[in-house]
Write a protein that binds this ligand. Structure first.
Ligand SMILES: *[C@@H]1O[C@H](CO)[C@@H](O)[C@H](O)[C@H]1NC(C)=O
Ligand SMILES: *[C@@H]1O[C@H](CO)[C@@H](O)[C@H](O)[C@H]1NC(C)=O
Ligand SMILES: *[C@@H]1O[C@H](CO)[C@@H](O)[C@H](O)[C@H]1NC(C)=O
Length: 372
């Protein structure tokens, strides 16, 4: 389990050190230097990077792409921005996302979600038959697509406020980045920006890393290229929910510790996906400028099937809904909030397909002195 650096114990022996002669201090400094750089080299060990790529074609490609892959580990996970959507009154969920981001070294910006029930009728001439929850959900996402265009953002990861992820999410995305960058089929139409700064390229409108489910086409020939990425931080196949196992099987992945990156055709939920700048334009044009009738995740699936938009999916997902209580806690299905008596605390929830849940790990991280 990787813990953020600031949780490594710092020896509080300054008074004893001060009593030592400078000669000893130099020796200690040299030893410390080797200890620290030694462990750094271990983390960046090229052999490990190589083994992560063993099932990928063209491992030589890695050297060329080293710089963008490293960005996958930065505070915004290699995207230009991370936005999370939260209705103003869900302070409980905002607290949880702040904690989760802080503990895992992530910088996320809250975007106020829209309460579909309070939208002016003039704003509802579009998607008029959606229920208030589904309408508010779409409008919240649409506001971010607009922001991406207005502020010239190249890529933004959009996350809903009930998300959970693995404590190793940065490593996971580093591997995903190596996978994408080593496989040119997902990297058509490169620009100067994508070559230098985009760890996942930008040849997609949507890049799903948090979906409830994605379903490959039944016809095998339509599945397209699949990149298999070794990942030790994934649950073994027998512990994953069957919907994810059958998806992997469709990609010919039948061994544990492997994630797939593929073109996506059909997804459910919008827990976490990235949008490119061009993607934001296509989304707002198709679902905003033009009228539509279904929940936005269903509309995405039709759009991907029709070729209106192009999506990539990471399966099984890296980000999953943290479920507390019952469906009444959902802001989409029950916008007014949970019925009284529902269990609403953030701590009591769970995620089914995440090996080392960061929300669960918080319990250990907050302890004053953790024995390790
Ligand atoms: C992380 O990398 C992306 C991609 O290059 C970049 O746009 C973003 O600004 C970086 N995030 C931070 C916090 O530096
Ligand atoms: C993207 O690349 C493909 C294949 O190289 C090409 O046919 C297509 O015109 C390009 N599209 C854009 C928008 O540049
Ligand atoms: C899976 O394997 C079968 C048989 O070798 C092959 O026909 C099919 O194209 C493969 N599917 C994928 C997604 O690689």
């Amino acid at each position: 389990m990787l813990l953020p650096t600031r949780y490594f114990a710092i020896p509080s022996a300054s008074s004893r050190l001060a009593a030592l002669k400078p000669k000893y201090l130099t020796i200690i400094a040299i030893v410390l230097f080797f200890l620290i750089t030694g462990s750094f080299i271990h983390i960046q060990n090229p052999d490990r990077i190589h083994s992560a790529l063993q099932r990928l074609p063209g491992t030589d490609a890695y050297a060329k792409f080293a710089t963008p892959a490293k960005l996958a580990r930065n505070q915004t996970l290699g995207f230009q921005e991370i936005f999370y959507i939260s209705l103003p009154f869900r302070t409980d969920r905002q607290d949880a996302i702040s904690l989760l981001s802080s503990f895992t070294g992530i910088k996320s910006t809250m975007i106020e979600g829209v309460d579909g029930g309070s939208v002016h009728p003039k704003g509802k001439t579009i998607a008029s038959n959606l229920n208030p929850g589904a309408f508010g959900c779409w409008r919240s996402h649409a506001n971010i697509w607009r922001k991406v265009m207005d502020e010239d953002i190249e890529t933004a990861l959009i996350v809903e406020d009930d998300a959970d992820w693995d404590v190793n999410i940065k490593d996971q995305l580093f591997r995903i980045s190596q996978g994408v960058l080593s496989h040119t089929s997902l990297l058509d139409n490169q620009t100067a920006y994508t070559r230098k700064d985009a760890p996942y390229g930008t040849d997609w409108d949507l890049f799903f890393i948090g979906q409830c489910k994605s379903t490959p086409p039944k016809e095998k020939s339509k599945i397209g290229p699949v990149i298999a990425v070794e990942d030790p931080s994934i649950l073994p196949l027998k512990k994953l929910e069957s919907k994810h196992v059958s998806e992997l099987k469709a990609y010919n992945i039948t061994t544990s510790s492997t994630r797939a990156i593929a073109r996506v055709h059909d997804t459910i939920c919008t827990t976490a996906y990235a949008v490119s700048r061009r993607g934001a334009e296509r989304l707002l044009y198709n679902w905003g400028y033009k009228d539509f009738g279904l929940g936005i995740d269903n509309e995405f699936s039709f759009g991907m099937n029709d070729g209106k938009i192009k999506g990539v999916v990471v399966a099984p997902p890296l980000i999953e809904q943290w479920k507390t209580g019952t469906g009444a806690d959902s802001d989409i299905d029950a916008v007014a909030g949970a019925a009284s008596g529902e269990r609403l605390g953030s701590e009591g929830g769970s995620t089914r397909n995440i090996k080392n849940s960061a929300r669960k790990a918080m319990k250990e991280w907050v302890k004053w002195q953790k024995k390790r």
